[in-house]
Design a protein around this ligand. Structure first.
Ligand SMILES: Cc1ncc(C[n+]2csc(CCOP(=O)(O)OP(=O)(O)O)c2C)c(N)n1
Ligand SMILES: [Mg+2]
Length: 350
């Protein structure tokens, strides 16, 4: 099964503009949030040196998350801001986390690549390529045993398609009939390596079919098509047949903020950036009768929301040194041994 997008998604033509408008709004929120994250970096206010923006990939986050239900859980890769935002994250707390501030989701100690929040079902972003994938198998097993009809979703990039852990996880999920979804955001690149330089098997969903999952690849230009495909797979996953969805898109900018992508031609980039899911859905809305005034007003409200998130992060404080070990060790684990005591103990051995 390989669905590709026509010019207009049949489901989201004129009659159902209201649904599409909400998807557009969510995609615009992700885009604007990421633009502000870029500003945070340029101001030298982001924690750590690595920031991965999901500009160009908004339909994958928004379309798939629109098919999720309250209580579903998920993990993300290192490019996960848009996914968490689409699951209801507070942009203030997210921006503060990315800025390493105590008002962030993890008190600023996780940063961009290690955000987690159990309340919203976020089981953790992960900087190791493929690292978040096996977690959802465990969560799926728990959901199956609890019979609570929750699905657990792993979001990852095309780079993880070459990681063995994905195949162990898909095999186990299929064998045990777990309510699990594997979502590959295929932005065509793993750092500077294009997907066709990394594998000959570029029809990614076919690998899932081989393991006994449902598998679909869609063009991420059209968020309506992404949502429809995701909804269908989620319904089946909830009933015990895990699914795999590959959403193809184009990573508009470098791998991380300091990467100017010297390995791509300007021509390729400008062609790739024409594959813009936000503008595509805006065009769909206009064709369905929406006015540019209404959409501009929506955009400017979102700009204000994200400006406020940036201000919130910049004006928040970093966590105090005394909180260094808080939330790092569980209540049953001993406090880490103070360095001085440890050195004294080691020296006393000789
Ligand atoms: C196991 C592992 N190998 C290598 C890296 C270095 N690394 C970080 S991101 C990345 C590329 C990931 O590409 P993809 O999965 O397509 O995600 P994208 O960055 O395109 O969103 C690599 C190789 C890593 N973090 N983990
Ligand atoms: Mg990639």
């Amino acid at each position: 099964m390989n669905k590709t997008s026509a010019k207009l998604s049949p489901r989201y033509s004129a009659g159902s503009n209201r649904d599409l408008k909400e998807l557009y709004r969510q995609m615009r929120r992700v885009r604007t949030f990421e633009e502000r994250v870029g500003e945070l970096f340029v101001r030298g206010q982001s924690a750590g040196s690595m920031l991965h923006l999901s500009i160009g990939e908004e339909s994958a986050a928004v379309g798939v998350c629109a098919a999720m239900r309250e209580g579903d859980t998920f993990t993300t890769h290192h490019r996960g801001h848009g996914i968490f935002l689409s699951r209801g994250a507070d942009p203030n707390k997210m921006m503060a986390e990315i800025g390493g501030k105590e008002t962030g989701y993890c008190m600023g100690k996780g940063g961009s690549m290690h955000i987690a929040d159990m309340g919203l079902g976020h089981l953790g972003a992960n900087a190791i390529v493929g690292g978040g994938i096996p977690v959802v198998v465990g969560a799926g097993l728990a959901a199956k045993r609890a019979k609570n009809a929750k699905v657990s979703v792993a979001f990852f990039g095309d780079g993880a398609m070459q990681q063995g852990i994905l195949y162990e996880a898909m095999n186990m999920a299929a064998l045990w009939e777990l309510p699990v979804m594997f979502v590959c955001i295929n932005n065509q690149y793993g750092m500077g390596t294009r997907i066709d330089q990394a594998t000959r098997a570029t029809e990614l969903h076919e690998r899932a079919l081989a393991f006994g999952l449902n598998g679909v690849s869609v063009d991420g230009l059209d968020v309506g098509i992404v949502q429809e495909a995701a909804q269908d797979l989620f319904d089946k996953a909830r009933a015990g047949k895990p699914g795999f969805l590959a959403v193809s898109c184009y990573r508009f900018y470098g791998h991380a903020r300091m990467d100017k992508s010297p390995y791509r031609s300007e021509e390729e980039e400008s062609k790739g950036r024409k594959k813009d899911p936000v503008l595509f859905s805006r065009d769909q809305l206009m064709e369905g009768g929406e006015t540019s005034d209404v959409l501009d007003a929506m955009d400017s409200e979102i700009s204000q929301e994200m400006d406020a998130a940036l201000d919130f992060a910049v004006s928040s404080n970093p966590p105090p040194l005394s909180a260094m070990f808080r939330d790092v060790y569980g209540p049953l684990e001993p406090e880490p041994e103070p360095l001085r005591t440890r050195i004294a103990r080691i020296l006393a051995r000789d």
